[in-house]
Design a protein around this ligand. Sequence first.
Ligand code: UDP
Ligand code: MG
Length: 317
Amino acid sequence: MKKLSIIIPVHNESEGIKDFLDKKLLPVVSDIKDYKTEIILVDDGSTDDSLKILQSFAEKDPMFKVVALSRNFGKEPALSAGLKIAEGDAAITIDADGQQPPELIPKFIKKWEDGAEIVTGVRDHYTKHGFIQKLGSKLFYFLLRKMGNKHTVPGSTDFRLIDRVVIDEFNNLSEHNRITRGLIDWLGFNQQYIEYTYGVRMAGKPSYSLKKLFRLAMDSFISMSTTPLVILGYLGGIITFLSVCLGLFCIINQYILGDPLHLYWNGAVQMSIFITFLVGIVLISQATIALYISHIHAETQGRPLYIIDRKKSKNLK
Ligand code: UDP
Ligand code: MG
């Protein structure tokens, strides 16, 4: 019988994880008759009772496997850990918070049976809360496409089914700063999409704050491990922005409004605004170059992407 792996990254989800597994996921899984299913629960360094809850599931039912990472590595490494361990002919990744409806899993499987090697869930609209999140999300996909990831469909999420061949290829990738969806898009293969409505969290708080999301976005473009360099870049950005504003302000005052403020607008002023602008650009470029170098540095270190705590994990080979 063919095998199916369901991979769930879990970070501080003690409030809702039990209900999610019992009430939402298990009813769907018990309806899957054609495949032997394993459910891989990756505890990503939770500091609440999540791990205990996951372990209790594994103790009751060998269908559950618990992978306990030794600390919080982030969702991307957690997914990678799950994919390495998965034995299925296909793997489905789904969040632990109920925002991605497990009821759709049979649909994913159907598409896979019909020949798709990757089935990706796409949010039917931008459900990120708040203006900045929405704007950020749009900007993220815009930049991602501009930077060569032409295949990424906006709104595609990590609710996804991937075939064994894709899993094997994915497991062979060695880079550390990874955005799973970007890499999988990059791998190619026959990819199809399923639209769904991104639900609300069942319980608990999202671990991804605006700051974390921003970091995630930065990570998918270049590595960033050295905060001072980033600050340098920000500083450059601020200087550039301010000098552009100042320049525009002076130009509008001078040439459009006819200098109602009686400002000095001579060659020296123009030159100094322009030089400040250039300093900003230089700072930004330097920070960018430095970030690339720190990325190379991190890759050459060749550290493992995650470390599994074998004592805490359950039912692993
Ligand atoms: N998650 C994780 N490690 C982290 C942060 C989150 O494994 O450091 C898990 C989390 O438990 C959930 C999924 O990744 O199952 C998505 O996280 P969240 O709901 O916070 O993000 P969002 O819904 O905003 O994508
Ligand atoms: Mg969520």
